[in-house]
Design a protein around this ligand. Structure first.
Ligand code: MIC
Ligand code: SF4
Length: 648
């Protein structure tokens, strides 16, 4: 039978289930990686499960998000993660070594293998033919403990690329922005995007990785490219040609959908505030003034991007009105631009070059001024994520950004006379692993786990009661992001390992009364959240489920859910329900009391449940759509009690 690439990888990792759309399948996993902002919880959960050593072939713990260190909390987390990696047998990528996805692509990505990462941009590794999926921390912990990873078999969409980019003006970032323009932030839900076609060969691995990275913004499970000569070139240059295998779809392989894209028609694009799919051609923005430019992040900080930006800035000065911030994605990239003189060009032009970390992308420093326009090479421009609520954040390619830094405005590059160098993939990357501490076989007994005072126990929910009788705490529209639910930024991120403290910030950017209402409702049956379509899109942060659970939220009733967030809700025992008739949403008001009788039976049988709005006096029905494992999780109070029960 002819198979596509996704089916080939799933088939070689299949533990149980049948590969037909929507059916749960269990997969063996080759690598799990964590980053610090989600990793502290993941490793605390791994510890709580009580397993002595990670059971996947490779586990890596990165530190890249929480790097501001304005007090003891961030460095305490780093010390905890380093000690947990030593204790449980994971590699530890030290602070300063770079952003997890960029470093993982350089050091660990391998075609044909499966990786899970506790970050929604884990699909970056798909640029090297690895099937890499973003998950919540608890899912990662359980898989590190030896369980298969379960997901419902997604649809596979083939994106057939033809032609060539009008390089160097048009970049991989413009391709993924064009796809976001066409498909929107909901367009990838329940799908894996498999790239192919003649045009794929014209893209190198880091360009492919830009595309698979930002595929997360489509809501996709993941995205993947074939493994071909370009993949081999990359792995060779990284000194890892042994990891290479060829990977391509069989002749006649089938797909659920096919989308054609001629690369020669793509032009420079930008996402306007406040959504990555609000995309228009840069030429339509020409003349719009820019106050801040940020270059780097996990989407666009390859050596090729940095070198091109440096060449553009060489001998020029950043426009007077503009602040230019640059964070190279990894220590390797940083070292390369230092050695070839690019760093000098950047500094001489007036760029503020930061360390290799997420930085401004997640609001860890580098916030724009009030009402300012910021254009960034990052992947998300949700309102307030930059740290400034009224800033206008645009997303664009490193080339578009560098030109804006010099001219102080968006420029129609195709009409301008800027001379842009084409930078090819290096033949050899400087490989130095001194910032990655490998697991040592015999340290299990000797390493103590270090926990600072801000690191608190993981709260666990009690089993589902026979009836939910709770108050509507908030009612929301479509596409609510996990940044809306659980904001990030330098004030909130340090509390990622302290659920009681971080819970005080739930919905704080959109409804400052939420926490108080939830706390008051907690002793009276708890609360319910009402959402629209694609509830919980964006980041994999499980805190967006864990903190509401801690505040007594029993259920979220929405029109539809984003994949990772839905799993996170279930993992922490919060029931995700969907409206059978979304017309009733308009009749529900904050403060209404909703009663769901016989909820355990409905969950068990998989049948719709009847929700009584006792305040407004009407009833409606909801579906739970849980598979058999998810039902068990909800009944017992989540994945942690489930895993413990299974292993006892
Ligand atoms: C993000 O880009 O929002 C993050 C921070 O990397 C998250 C993870 C997190 O919330 O810690 C992600 O993308 O999953
Ligand atoms: Fe870091 Fe931003 Fe990438 Fe998230 S999207 S991993 S915050 S660089």
């Amino acid at each position: 039978m002819s198979l596509n690439i996704v089916e080939k990888i799933f088939q070689s990792h299949l533990v149980y289930g049948e590969m037909s759309t929507g059916v749960p399948i269990g997969l063996n996993v080759d690598e799990v990686y964590t980053q610090d902002a989600t990793g502290t919880m993941a490793w605390l959960q791994f510890e709580a499960i009580g397993i002595d050593k990670v059971k996947v072939p490779v586990a890596v713990s990165y530190v890249d998000h929480n790097m501001v260190q304005s007090n003891f909390m961030n460095p305490d987390d780093h010390a905890f993660l380093q000690s947990a990696a030593g204790r449980f047998g994971a590699y530890f990528s030290r602070p300063g070594n770079g952003i997890c996805h960029q470093v993982n692509l350089e050091r660990f990505a391998a075609p044909g293998k499966i990786a899970l990462g506790t970050d929604s941009h884990t699909p970056t590794n798909g640029g090297a033919g690895m099937l890499a999926i973003g998950v919540g921390g608890l899912d990662a912990a359980v898989v590190m403990g030896g369980a298969p990873f379960e997901l419902n078999m997604p649809m596979v969409t083939h994106i057939r690329l033809s032609g060539q980019l009008r390089k160097p003006y048009v970049t991989a970032m413009d391709i993924i922005l064009e796809i976001l323009r066409r498909l929107t932030v909901k367009g990838g839900v329940g799908r894996i995007f498999e790239y192919g076609g003649d045009g794929a060969a014209s893209l190198d691995v880091t360009q492919r990785a830009t595309i698979t990275n930002m595929g997360a913004e489509l809501g996709a499970t993941t995205s993947i490219f074939p493994s071909d000569e370009r993949t081999l070139e990359f792995l060779k240059a990284q000194g890892r040609q042994d990891s290479w295998i060829e990977l391509k779809a069989d002749e006649g392989a089938k797909y659920d959908e096919v989308i054609d894209l001629d690369l020669s028609t793509v032009e420079p694009m930008a996402a306007q505030p406040h959504s990555p799919d609000n995309v228009i051609p840069v030429r339509e923005l020409a003349g719009t003034k820019v106050d801040q430019v940020c270059i780097g992040g996990c989407t666009n900080s390859s050596y090729q991007s940095m070198r091109a930006v440096a060449a553009l800035l060489n001998g020029k000065t950043v426009a007077e009105r503009v602040n230019l911030l640059i964070n190279p994605g990894s220590r390797q990239v940083y070292e390369m631009i230092a050695r070839d003189g690019s760093l000098v060009s950047l500094l001489a032009a007036g760029a503020r070059v930061l360390e290799s970390s997420c930085g401004p992308c997640i609001g860890m420093g580098g916030a724009p001024g009030s009402g300012q326009v910021s254009v960034r090479t990052f992947n998300r421009n949700f309102k307030g994520r930059s740290g400034t609520k009224d800033a206008s954040v645009y997303l664009a390619s490193p080339i578009t950004c560098a030109i804006a830094a010099v001219t102080g405005e968006f420029t129609d590059i195709l009409k301008s006379d800027v001379n842009i160098p084409a930078v090819d993939e290096p033949k050899v990357y400087p490989v130095c692993s001194n910032m990655i501490i490998p697991p040592s076989a015999d340290n299990v007994q000797i390493t103590q786990i270090i926990k600072g005072p801000n690191i608190k126990e993981v709260p666990v929910k009690s089993p589902l009661d026979g009836e939910i009788n709770a108050e509507v705490l908030i009612k929301l529209g479509d596409n609510i992001t996990t940044d809306d639910i659980m904001p990030a930024g330098s004030k909130v991120l340090p509390f990622r390992s302290n659920i009681p403290a971080i819970s005080e910030f739930v919905f704080s950017n959109i409804d400052t009364g939420f926490v108080k209402r939830a706390e008051e409702a907690k002793s009276k049956g708890g609360g319910i959240i009402i959402g629209g379509e694609n509830y919980g899109q964006g980041s994999s942060r499980e805190h967006a489920a864990l903190a509401p659970m801690f505040l007594g939220v029993q259920a979220v009733i929405a029109v539809s859910f984003a994949r990772i967030h839905r799993s996170n809700l279930i993992n922490f025992g919060i029931l995700p329900l969907t409206f059978e008739d979304s017309g009733v949403v308009g009749k529900i008001t904050v403060g209404d009391r909703l009663i769901i009788k016989g909820i355990r039976e409905s969950v068990l049988s998989g049948q719709s449940c009847t929700v009584e709005n006792a305040t407004a006096g009407f009833q409606f029905t909801c579906a739970s759509n849980l598979n058999s494992r998810e039902r068990e999780l909800i009944l017992i109070g989540g994945l942690l009690p489930y895993t413990k029960a299974k292993s006892s």
